[in-house]
Design a protein around this ligand. Structure first.
Ligand code: 8Y7
Length: 277
């Protein structure tokens, strides 16, 4: 299949929560297949997620898991750009790039991405300018510190207010840079510098983020908050994650970032059937 890369939708008018499938463009430590192998597997994985009901695919080359080692810019480019190029020509859906690095943002959009998903909310030097210059959509997420130290930075008076205040400041910055409202998403950053309880307070009160006046993206998939609630290991968290997706959808989430697309799609289908009855 060859088709032009997909444009992003207007996130404010999707009419239903969209499912963003997670694609890790990180080398498989058990395989020595090299880059080509990584690209082919990424295309297969993306096609599988689309068949299962994903609306868009998020490609990331840097692990943001707590304690992960940072990836050099050249390495991040080498991981992410070939995968986005391959997906843009062979997979029929909008593509997102999970990065905080300005040059990766520019190159990924050139390669076919229409959304920049930045867990650091465009705080690296030059990131706002680079993102604005691409004309792509952006998702700004709340966190504190860096993946290495964020576990200790969980002192909030009121986590919901403080997350909203932070995001509100970042949104002002995006608007000042000229990024139009239909291209902006915000994310409370489940699991990033939050305790178990704070994550669930954020989920319960997700509707309060409507004050930001931008669509909300959430990512809880397979995270520790789901593991602690269910007692399940990371590979057995699909059901718990789908339950989390449902609770977020009910509280107004516009985009849900997940590993287990089929489980999420079915959970959302049951919720929508109820809504439409
Ligand atoms: C999130 C994310 C991760 C999230 C957004 C993981 C890249 C950790 N989590 N992006 N990225 N929101 N927007 O477990 O919650 O997937 S990485």
């Amino acid at each position: 299949m060859t088709s032009a890369p997909h444009a992003c939708p207007d996130w404010r008018q999707t009419g239903r929560p969209l499912i963003m499938g997670i694609l890790n463009a990180t080398p498989d430590s058990f395989s020595d297949g090299g880059r080509f192998d990584t690209v082919e597997r990424a295309v297969d994985a993306a096609q599988g997620m689309l068949e299962a009901g994903a609306d868009l695919i998020d490609v990331g080359g840097e692990s943001t898991r707590p304690g992960a080692t940072p990836v050099a810019e050249e390495e991040e480019l080498a991981r992410v750009i070939p995968v986005i190029k391959a997906l843009a020509s062979r997979v029929d859906c909008p593509l997102s790039v999970d990065t905080s690095t300005p040059v990766v943002m520019s190159r990924a959009v050139e390669a076919g991405a229409c959304l920049i998903n930045d867990v650091r909310a465009l705080t690296r030097p030059g990131a706002v300018e680079a993102a604005a210059a691409t004309g792509a959509s952006v998702c700004v997420m709340h966190m504190r510190g860096e993946p290495g130290d964020m576990a200790t930075r969980t002192d909030y008076d009121d986590v919901v207010t403080e997350v909203a205040d932070y995001l509100s400041e970042r949104l002002r910055c995006l608007r000042t840079a000229g990024i139009p409202p239909e291209r902006i998403l915000a994310d409370p950053g489940f699991g990033f510098a939050k305790t178990h309880k704070q994550n669930f307070v954020l989920l319960r009160r997700l509707e309060e983020l409507a004050c930001l006046d931008v669509p909300i993206l959430v990512g809880m998939s397979r995270k520790r908050m789901v593991g602690e609630a269910t007692g399940q290991s990371v590979e057995r968290r699909a059901v718990g994650s789908a339950a989390g997706a449902l609770l977020a959808a009910e509280r107004g989430a516009a985009v849900i970032r997940v590993h287990d697309v089929e489980a999420t799609r079915d959970a959302l289908a049951v919720w929508r059937a109820m809504c439409e009855a």
